[in-house]
Design a binder for this molecule. Structure first.
Ligand SMILES: [Zn+2]
Length: 81
């Protein structure tokens, strides 16, 4: 069965633009209009840490400890489904 939500950690810089393009967010990313899901910091290739893929949405989060820890919590919740 296909998982509803997937998390990819530690992105390769090469893969990110491809993914962003698939979700029609590459333009926003390049013009620095993508914000961290947790702390609202602008996401760049320098501070991006990971992402969430939902059915139609893609959320990025940054490399702050706080955001990383939050992503772990969500991951644990996710496994209960
Ligand atoms: Zn953040």
């Amino acid at each position: 069965m296909e998982k509803k939500k997937d998390i990819i950690e530690v992105l390769h810089e090469k893969d990110l633009p491809t993914l962003l393009e698939e979700y029609d967010k590459l333009k926003d990313f390049n013009s620095q209009n993508i914000k961290c899901k947790f702390c609202d910091r602008t996401i760049t290739l320098e501070n991006v840490y990971g992402l969430y893929l939902n059915k139609d949405t893609l959320d990025l989060f940054c490399n702050k400890d706080l955001c990383y820890n939050k992503s772990l919590l969500i991951k644990e919740e996710d496994q209960d489904f």
